[in-house]
Design a binder for this molecule. Structure first.
Ligand SMILES: N[C@@H](CCC(=O)N[C@@H](CS)C(=O)NCC(=O)O)C(=O)O
Length: 218
């Protein structure tokens, strides 16, 4: 049976699935979506409702949405501890924090980047200001909540899979200020985690694609 992940190494939502695959030491084939692989680009259009990635195919079974892919891997692949804790109370916390990172950090970051790709006449200045404000507000909220090594305690979970790409790129578009030392330290801890360091390294050759200009740092 083959396990294929469709995506691009620079794509932030793809990092979430890659981090879970690396954390749980699951073997897979990476199917690159780019101009050199039109067959993969065509496949993702069939697989995903919006053509967005990542998508996982296990044999004939497709799974889309980064969080669903992480949960699927927990159920069917790898022996390492699951990314969604088995205890339902811990699972709830982990899913809640994953949603917060996805919706209030990852999504505004992605929208700010997306807006920069539009032509001048199509840009949404009000939207960009609102998304920056959302990031700032969420940084403040996270600063008071991140008490432990990882997002929901001493275990690395789906919440940390979500946090890593969200905070990595959010800090590029809206730097995490000195008012948030706890959040800064959490981002630095994420970057030292081997699974996260690996996705950051694999994406390094593509940094010149970052439309707002990648800073000279991780
Ligand atoms: N809700 C989706 C979001 C996926 C997403 O936004 N993917 C981006 C890459 S990071 C994408 O496919 N962008 C290309 C496009 O929109 O055409 C998930 O969690 O997997």
């Amino acid at each position: 049976m083959t396990l294929d992940l469709y995506g691009h190494p620079f794509a932030s939502f793809v990092w979430k699935a890659l981090i879970a695959l690396y954390e749980r030491d699951v073997a897979f084939t990476f199917r690159m979506i780019d101009g050199d692989h039109p067959e993969n680009a065509a496949r993702i259009v069939e697989l995903s409702p919006t053509g967005q990635f990542p998508a996982l195919i296990d044999g004939l079974r497709p799974v889309v949405e980064s969080n669903a892919i992480i949960e699927y891997l927990d159920l069917y692949h790898g022996d390492a501890p699951p990314m969604v804790p088995a205890d339902p109370r811990e699972a709830l916390d982990a899913r809640m924090m994953a949603d917060i990172f996805d919706d209030y950090v990852h999504s505004p970051m992605q929208r700010i980047v997306g807006d920069s790709l539009r032509s001048a006449g199509e840009r949404d200045a009000r939207g960009v200001a609102d998304w920056h404000a959302m990031l700032e507000k969420t940084y403040g909220w996270l600063e008071t909540r991140l008490h432990d090594a990882w997002a929901t305690g001493d275990r690395f979970t789906i919440a940390d899979c979500a946090a890593a790409p969200a905070l990595f790129y959010a800090d590029w578009v809206h730097p995490i200020g000195d008012a948030y030392p706890v959040l800064k330290a959490y981002r630095a801890r994420l970057l030292r985690r081997p699974s996260v360091a690996r996705v950051v390294d694999e994406a390094r050759p593509y940094r010149h694609f970052f439309p707002l200009g990648a800073p000279d740092r991780d």
